[in-house]
Design a protein around this ligand. Structure first.
Ligand SMILES: *[C@@H]1O[C@H](CO)[C@@H](O)[C@H](O)[C@H]1NC(C)=O
Ligand SMILES: *[C@@H]1O[C@H](CO)[C@@H](O)[C@H](O)[C@H]1NC(C)=O
Ligand SMILES: *[C@@H]1O[C@H](CO)[C@@H](O)[C@H](O)[C@H]1NC(C)=O
Ligand SMILES: *[C@@H]1O[C@H](CO)[C@@H](O)[C@H](O)[C@H]1NC(C)=O
Ligand SMILES: *[C@@H]1O[C@H](CO)[C@@H](O)[C@H](O)[C@H]1NC(C)=O
Length: 256
């Protein structure tokens, strides 16, 4: 694993992580960021208690079945804001347990930062002491790629770009509960199939979602050129593609 140098600004830190396509457990912790210069809290502060209550309200909410939780709790300087998004093909129970695990793990990893982010395969959780709802935020972001390469690079990437473009349009036109799309495509001559999903937090507008995913997809030549699998992951959106199925195929949204 190699990590990019600090020439990148705080909010644009790409990290290079090898993608272990077949061996990763679904609860795999992908990445976390503790934001050091946006304030600290102490263990017995009102901010901490608001944050804990807010996060436990997410993982105990059995009414929400579309995998998106957001809210705020508290007053003035002690007000905490949080948001959590599960991958669009995940069942509500899987989603809630991912959020619960993320809250606990993040409070250990970032014990006193007011602002922090964590990503697992199944969900993303973030919080801050300022409003985070409805903002398109591309940073901090990271990417992952498969160590295996495709044989027909040009044809593969052409097909992948078309697929991701179609999925972006589908996801962006989703509603305020779900902005998710998944589907597969096959190259014409080498018959290489690729499975892909894209997702935005559903508080974004259609335009914000498209713009976020376009930024992510534009990184393919940097992160994933010639790779059989790749992901770019940011607070507001993410995509992933693989040559083997990795999502619940019943969640396919692309028409045949
Ligand atoms: C968040 O916390 C930082 C550091 O404590 C503070 O400077 C900033 O004003 C706070 N933001 C809000 C919106 O309260
Ligand atoms: C927060 O605490 C960290 C050490 O845990 C320190 O490096 C950082 O400067 C502190 N930030 C603020 C804004 O006080
Ligand atoms: C979170 O999940 C991981 C993987 O299943 C597990 O190893 C870890 O103990 C869990 N942590 C907490 C605090 O639940
Ligand atoms: C895949 O391609 C990259 C970049 O061209 C190269 O560095 C790497 O060694 C290749 N990997 C394999 C397994 O062939
Ligand atoms: C590929 O997606 C189509 C829908 O776009 C679906 O009908 C088909 O079963 C999928 N193929 C595979 C191999 O998963």
């Amino acid at each position: 694993m190699a990590i990019a140098s600090s020439k990148f600004l705080l909010f644009f830190i790409p990290l290079f992580v090898h993608l272990l396509v077949l061996t990763t457990a679904q609860t795999n912790l992908l990445q976390h960021f503790c934001i050091e210069n946006h304030g600290n809290f102490t263990a017995n502060s009102d901010y901490k208690s608001n944050l804990d209550q807010l996060l436990s309200s997410f993982s105990s909410d059995t009414k929400i079945d579309y995998g998106f939780y957001s809210g705020s709790l508290g007053q003035n300087i002690d007000k905490a804001y949080a948001l959590s998004l599960c991958r669009g093909d995940k069942k509500p129970e899987t989603c809630r347990s991912c959020i619960q695990n993320s809250s606990q793990v993040l409070s250990q990893l970032c014990p006193n930062q007011k602002e922090a982010y964590i990503w697992h395969d199944d969900c993303m959780l973030r919080y801050a002491n300022h409003s985070i709802f409805g903002n398109m935020e591309f940073g901090p972001y990271f990417w992952m790629y498969s160590l295996n390469n495709v044989t027909d690079e040009n044809e593969f990437h052409e097909m992948l770009n078309v697929l991701l473009g179609r999925l972006t349009n589908l996801a962006a036109s989703g509603d305020s509960r779900r902005k998710f799309a998944a589907g597969n495509s096959t190259t014409k001559s080498s018959r290489q199939i690729v499975y892909s999903l894209v997702q935005c937090t559903p508080d974004l507008s259609e335009q914000q979602c498209s713009s976020c995913l376009s930024q992510a997809i534009a990184l393919i030549p940097t992160c994933c050129q010639s790779r059989q699998g790749g992901r770019v992951i940011s607070p507001s959106c993410h995509f992933r593609y693989e040559k083997d199925p990795f999502y619940d195929l019943a969640a396919t949204t692309l028409p045949p």
